[in-house]
Every structure is written in C-alpha cells, then in structure tokens.
Design a protein around this ligand. Structure first.
Ligand code: BG6
Length: 440
C-alpha cells in the first residue's frame, strides 16, 4: 500500500468526475491509498459531494465493486474553496511527505491558485502540482502562465499533463522502434515516403461547448496530443529511455515553421454542419451561433532534422467524423506498402504487404492513461509529462497558423457531420499524389 495526499482542485468538474476519480479508484485497486481532499466552489458537505460522485462513478466506472468503492470513498472529504478567500486555503494544509495538488481547473486560474497555495506553505519542496492542458492559448500566454507558476513552484515540482503521453500505446510509438531495431531501420527517411497521423472522433463537442468554442481543434488536439505523437514517432530509436523528454523537445524544435505560402496551401480548417441526424457545430449548447471555431484541422509539415529529410507528415483531427480512429501510418516508398499503427479504438499493428494482403496483430493498449499518469506523479517520474520548453516549441509552430486564421488567410470550410472533413483535406494529399489511409 502506498499512501499519498491528493488535493483535487475543480473536483465537481466534468474531467474530475469522468476521468480523475475513476483513475484514482482504479489506482486504489492496484495498491495506492490516496487520502483525497476534493475542492470546488460549490458549498457542499462531504456526504452531498460523495452522493454526486457515487452517481457519476456508477456511470463512468465499468465493473465498479461497491465494497472497494466504499473503502475508496471513505478517504475522500470535500472542502469548498473560493479563490478569493485566503482562509479557505488555510484549511488545506498538508504535512504528508507525498502531497499532490491536481489542478483540474481552467488555466486562467492557475496563477491565482499557485499564489494562494504558496501563501499557506503549500508549495514546500515535497509538494507536486499537476497541471491540466491547455497551458495557454498561444506562445505568449503559455510563457506568461508558466512564469507566474514558476514564481512559486520549481520545475521538478511541476507535472504538465498531456493524457496521450499516459497511453502506453502512444509511448509505444517510441518503444516499438527502440526495442526492435529492424523496425527502426525500416521506419526511417531511407524507406519512408511519408507519415500520416489521424485523430478522428465521432463525438461532437457534447456538453463542452463553453470550453471548446474559444479553443478549437488546433489548440485542443493538435498543439498537444498530435505533436506529442509526432515527437514519439520520430525521436531517434536508440534514445536512452531516460532521455526521451529531451529528445522529444529536439523534434518539436525541428518543426519547420510554415511560411505565408504554406500557411495557405498546407493547412485546412473546417467546421461541422448538420448531417447524419446530428446538429451542426453552431447549434451546439454554449457555442456562439456565429462561431468561426474549427472542429477539424488537417496540415502538412516537415521536420528540419537530418533523420527526417524529405519525409512529409500529414496530420488531421476532427470532431463528428465518420469513424473514431487514432492511427499513425508509415507509408513506404516501395513494398511493403505501409505499417499501420492503430492506437484507438483498439491497439494493433499491421504490415501491408505487396500482393499478399496484410499481417495484423492486436496489441494490449495497457492501463488507463490517467491512472498511469497519477501513479507516475506519485512515484515522482516526470518523463511522461511535458517540460515547459516542449510546450513552448509546440506553440511556436502553432502560433503562425492561429495568426493566419485571424487574418482569414484560409477559409473555414464546412463539412457534414459524419464525414471525414472538407474536400480540401483530401486535396492536400492528392496534390502530392497521395491519399489518406482511412482504415477502419
Ligand atoms: C481531450 C480533448 O484532451 O482529448 C477532447 O480536450 C478529446 O476534446 C479528448 O475528445 C480525446 O481523448 P481520448 O483519450 O478519448 O482520445
């Protein structure tokens, strides 16, 4: 049994109820004993909060064991927390040597929360903070938020989450090559024609319109999850495992900046319209009816890195797509045709052979991302978390795209819900005599 003190800010929010508590519960089944203080603005008592939490737990946790849940819930207390009331923070004091404070709150409140925590000594060296994405909305705001946090917490106390980095199947984009040198040889500029990364969701924005509308697909998915997948797919296969974070940073820094011309010809943005019985994006709850927010983005990029000379990468992500699929496809110059690594819905590896069909193997996708990441924080392992420099490198690449959209350099294209995005996303590859490998 490993004990820890877990203070969760934003405990009544969607992410906390849907992902973080279920992950803590599962971690408790595998030996973690978290003493949890749940905090949010609502003036609830502990029994009232637990009532709400238990209802959600039944919805979100498969195979919930009532006895194990009762044991887990016995270690949860609820404390109302108003960021404008310093006395509320005093109630949070913790002397536990392994104290984790999880910020499941909007980044706009990160700086204030850090300042208030520090004022009551909750920034002592034994305290670790976990920050949810997105950290900022562009490079400058990311730097500003990080600078504010840095006034109170040292880098070794900060765990910046990208839950894709907690997926074993995503980490395996590196381990696949690291542990199998013959694959590393094959997945290189010498043999590859190009690489495709798709993160497609059939879901729309659901009840998250308020969060999503100021965000959009580029900030919500591409800046973080997709660039993380790209980095793990491209870091040198012989990187010692303890140096992967530094290696990822080098790959992100090698992203070739898009210029005026490529911003126009290599980036596609789209928004879903009503289709297949689904509402259009602008009809969704809490979305501005005139919203210009993209729910789809596709782009072509290159790496200015000696290992990846001449290998273009095509990335696409969208909501309300025709299928749910997270996939990296390595397309070869000659036979074999492609190596298809699917992360979701089920992890698999498929080698497309010339004239012989495909060799396919289903793989284990490992434990839930949030559970794994929480256990890594408890263990003090920062490697599956983002360093500030990685976030900045990713924003540095994304910023000009955001800027070009503000200047209306490219149009926001409509696509029908249930399709695979605007035609322009297909033309992006067609103009290079290539096509998306939609494999469902
Ligand atoms: C989140 C995004 O980070 O990732 C969501 O905010 C998205 O919009 C989700 O749906 C996808 O994660 P997963 O693990 O379901 O692929």
């Amino acid at each position: 049994m490993q004990e820890c003190r877990f203070i969760l800010l934003g405990a009544t929010g969607d992410l906390a109820l849907r992902k973080i508590f279920p992950a803590l519960y599962r971690a408790s089944l595998s030996g973690l004993k978290p003493n949890i203080t749940a905090c949010a603005r609502s003036p609830l008592s502990t029994p009232e909060f637990l009532d709400k939490l238990s209802t959600k737990a039944k919805e979100y946790i498969k195979d919930l064991d009532p006895k194990a849940w009762a044991d887990f819930a016995a270690n949860i207390s609820y404390t109302p927390l108003d960021f404008n009331k310093p006395e509320d923070f005093k109630a949070l004091k913790s002397t536990h040597p392994n104290t984790i404070i999880y910020f499941s709150i909007a980044p706009a409140f990160f700086a204030k929360a850090c300042q208030k925590l520090a004022a009551v000594g909750l920034n002592a060296p034994n305290i670790k903070i976990v920050l949810e994405k997105p950290l900022g909305t562009n490079l400058q705001s990311c730097k500003d938020i990080c600078a504010q946090i840095g006034k109170h917490f040292k880098e070794e106390q900060i765990y910046r989450i990208d839950h894709y980095l907690g997926k074993q199947s995503v980490q395996n984009l590196f381990y696949l090559r690291h542990n199998n040198p013959f694959l590393a040889g094959l997945l290189s500029a010498h043999y590859l024609d190009h690489v495709q990364i798709s993160v497609l969701e059939t879901l729309g924005v659901e009840s998250r319109g308020g969060f999503y509308d100021p965000m959009g697909a580029l900030r919500d998915m591409l800046q973080n999850h997709m660039l993380a997948m790209l980095a793990l797919s491209t870091i040198p296969a012989n990187t010692p495992t303890e140096h992967t974070r530094q290696a990822k940073l080098e790959m992100l820094r090698s992203l070739k900046p898009l210029n005026q011309e490529s911003l126009k010809s290599q980036v596609v943005r789209g928004q879903y319209m009503a289709g297949g019985g689904f509402k259009g994006y602008t009809e969704e709850e809490q979305v501005n009816p005139h919203s210009q927010t993209e729910t789809f983005v596709a782009l072509k990029l290159e790496l200015e890195h000696q290992n990846w000379q001449g290998v273009p990468f095509y990335l696409r992500t969208g909501k309300r797509m025709g299928a749910s699929l997270v996939q990296v496809v390595f397309v070869f110059k000659g036979p074999p045709q492609a190596l298809v690594y699917t992360i979701q819905p089920q992890c698999s590896l498929e080698l497309q052979l010339q004239g012989m069909g495909a060799l396919k193997s289903t793989l284990d996708s490992g434990m839930d991302a949030y559970e794994r990441l929480i256990l890594e924080v408890v263990a003090g392992n920062q490697s599956p978390f983002n360093h500030q420099d990685e976030l900045e490198a990713a924003w540095r690449f994304v910023d000009p795209i955001l800027q070009s959209w503000q200047e209306n350099l490219t149009p926001l294209l409509p696509y029908a819900a249930g399709s695979f995005g605007p035609k322009a996303a297909f033309d992006l590859l067609k103009q290079d005599n290539r096509e998306w490998f939609v494999h469902v």
